[in-house]
Ligand binder design. Structure first.
Ligand code: AMP
Ligand code: MG
Length: 334
């Protein structure tokens, strides 16, 4: 199979939707990262996602819907608090974990009785989901363990020959995955930091939002796997006032050992690293998130063997950046 990147014309969107309706898989853009989609009600199609990605079968997929009506097709016993969040944050980068309806097979949810539901805001994605007319389950459209794809070319690099089409929606605006909030219990619990900030959710809920307890990690099976890792070794710096000096020292030590490091830093700190190799990540955390996964892939393409990533404040989307970099680095914090 030769995988084709399709520009998002009406006709091409219809072509991709037909693949889904016929039980196939295609990659599609969202505002967070690219997804690898299949009809969520079709077990055979869902299994193909796991095969193509090399994903462990107990790591659940998120069900993507076009509108609120479709949420009722996949979830039940939705609480008033969850409905309030749906009204405020959908479409958007928020996934709610809700009690699943029986028509969603257990292979979608990693065997859980709950389902993660999201309504993306990306216009191409919305046209695609509308054309599909069925709920589309999807993980990120990368090979398992590699950085998530934020451009059609990233998907092609990982999945060439394994899927018929990548629907091209340009570079993903947010660049990190959705925030996952468990609304299936008595109190909201954060399962994964992402595109919607904890602060925004706390404001909407009128209460503090705690992380799922360590003992509840089984509720979010995806979190136990190796993730977001390029070939290069990733080192992640804590965020503190002397960060640039610390990173520069680490860089020089590695360079002396014959390594080829590159630093991920905010634009304002580029001069602080002098002639060292840097990727400017943007003016703030939003830019950093937008460029994060693309930069991890670019480091491999440019032949760097070590990435040293600046830390960021753990507010707003910063929390998601820290989460991804901790995982990407395998916890190698400098
Ligand atoms: P990905 O964004 O590629 O990692 O895939 C979706 C992620 O959503 C999984 O790794 C899970 O962590 C999470 N997820 C999906 N459905 C559920 C669910 N029912 N309960 C908890 N987490 C879920
Ligand atoms: Mg993923």
């Amino acid at each position: 199979m030769n995988t084709k990147i399709l520009q998002p014309s009406d006709q091409n969107i219809q072509t991709c939707a037909r693949v889904i309706q016929n039980g196939g898989v295609v990659a599609f853009p969202t505002e967070t990262v690219y997804g690898l989609g299949a009809d969520a009600r079709n077990e055979r199609a869902v299994r193909e996602i796991f095969r193509v990605k090399g994903r462990p079968s107990d790591n659940p997929l998120i069900v993507h819907v076009y509108d609120a009506e479709q949420i009722e097709e996949v979830a039940q016993n939705i609480s008033p608090a969850a409905r309030k969040l749906m009204a405020q944050f959908m479409p958007g980068a928020l996934t709610l974990v809700l009690e699943k309806k029986p028509n969603i097979p257990l292979c979608v949810t990693g065997g859980l009785s709950t389902v993660g539901v999201r309504m993306p805001s990306h216009p191409v994605c919305r046209s695609f989901l509308q054309a599909c007319g069925v709920p589309v389950c999807a993980p990120s459209a990368n090979t398992s363990t590699l950085p998530s794809p934020t451009a059609a070319a990233h998907v092609l690099r990982d999945l060439q020959g394994k899927i018929p089409y990548v629907l091209d929606g340009g570079n993903c605006e947010i660049g990190v995955e959705s925030t996952i909030l468990d609304m299936s219990g008595d109190t909201p619990r954060l399962l994964r930091a992402g595109g919607v900030s904890r602060e925004a959710l706390e404001k909407a809920c009128g209460c503090r939002i705690e992380n799922a307890a360590k003992s509840d990690r089984a509720l979010c099976p995806g979190m136990k796997y190796k993730h977001y890792s390029p070939r290069a070794n990733v080192l992640f710096s804590a965020y503190y006032s002397g960060m640039a000096e610390g990173i520069a020292r680490c860089y020089d030590m590695l360079a002396q050992e014959g390594k080829r490091p590159v630093i991920l830093c905010l634009d304002a700190r580029v001069p602080a690293y002098g002639t060292r190799n840097v990727y400017a990540m943007g003016k703030d955390s939003g830019g950093y998130a937008h460029n994060l996964f693309a930069s991890l892939r670019r480091a491999d393409d440019d032949g760097f063997d070590t990435v040293i990533a600046e830390g960021v404040a753990d507010t707003g989307v910063g929390e998601a950046i820290i989460n991804r970099l901790v995982k990407s680095s395998g916890g190698q914090i400098i």
